[in-house]
Ligand binder design. Structure first.
Ligand SMILES: [Zn+2]
Length: 305
């Protein structure tokens, strides 16, 4: 028995480290998920040298992508979320693997930042109009693909709309990224979903809670962990913490994986590269690591074409 009321099996021993918490509330009629992604987002933003508005968009999008990836159950499951917009950011591609391992890159990193008020970044100005696409490969014959248009560009609303329209799951999504002096200091999110059996009573209860609820990054600043954020949101003495997991940035690139991209160029193109005599440098979009292929490496690839 653990007598800590916020004890959640599976979370890191150090509760300030990034993690996700999954719980059930209102007598099992509501699924509640909260996440701290501060370190993960900081890592991704450092790699891509993002300006404040790009960091904010990236932080919200990656956090939302992690929240909706919760249904992945097998080690080979993978989710790709793609944001494309008409704004200066261009978009973001994010891949989440089983175990909440995530990687992402923005199409443009160094874009101007507009503010609604001091400290409050106008993310929709960076994103613009566009689409949100989710591709989920969970071992079925074909991967699941869902896509909706962006309704605000502020990202949390766009995930809510996506979940309602494409997955028929009424949800509340709240995402927050706090940036001070260009650095991500806090990042996190919350998602509440109605389960079968929930009705008007639960909906109006949750709507009222959401109306008064502070910003996630403000709560994080005050030291609230994901478990405490869920407790505060739900106000439900019978809230049941089901499970938790660490969350981290992780890129799975390798020279082998990069070689698959080169093979896709085709034999003719590869033969040209060999003739060139210099080989080729390829770079991973997600972590910016580069891999050099010598002419001999490329000849090897041609043999496997
Ligand atoms: Zn990589």
């Amino acid at each position: 028995m653990n007598d800590n009321p916020y004890y959640v099996p599976g979370i890191p021993e150090d509760e300030t480290k990034d993690h996700i918490v999954i719980a059930e509330g209102l007598g099992g009629l509501v699924k509640c998920i909260a996440i701290n992604t501060t370190e993960t987002i900081r890592n991704i933003c450092d790699i891509h040298k993002t300006s404040s508005s790009a960091s904010c968009a990236l932080g919200r999008f990656v956090t939302g992508s992690l929240l909706i990836s919760e249904s992945m159950k097998r080690p080979t499951d993978k989710q790709t979320t793609i944001l494309r917009g008409s704004g200066p950011l261009g978009g973001i591609t994010c891949v989440t693997e089983y175990g909440y391992k995530v990687r992402a890159y923005p199409l443009e990193n160094d874009i101007p930042t507009e503010y609604y008020r001091p400290g409050k970044v106008n993310v929709s100005a960076a994103v613009g109009e566009g689409t949100l696409t989710v591709i989920r490969d969970i071992g079925l014959k074909e991967p699941y693909v869902g896509s909706t248009e962006l309704i605000s560009g502020e990202i949390a609303e766009d995930f809510t709309y996506y979940l309602a329209k494409s997955e028929q799951t009424p949800s509340i999504v709240s995402l927050g990224v706090l940036i001070e002096k260009g650095e991500v200091t806090h990042s996190g999110g919350l998602m509440i979903q109605l389960l079968p059996g929930a009705g008007e009573k639960e909906i109006s209860y949750l709507e009222a809670r959401a109306k008064e609820f502070p910003e996630i990054s403000f709560l994080q600043q005050e030291g609230f962990t994901p478990a405490k954020i869920l407790d505060l949101f739900m106000g439900d003495p019978d809230l049941k913490y089901l499970s938790g997991s660490p969350v981290s940035f992780e890129c799975t690139c390798s020279k082998y994986r990069m070689s698959e991209g080169l093979i896709a160029l085709g034999r003719k193109e590869l033969e040209e590269l060999v003739k060139d005599g210099e080989g080729i440098d390829t770079q991973c979009h997600f972590c910016n690591k580069s891999y050099h292929f010598t002419p001999e490496d490329i000849e090897e690839l041609i043999r496997s074409c």
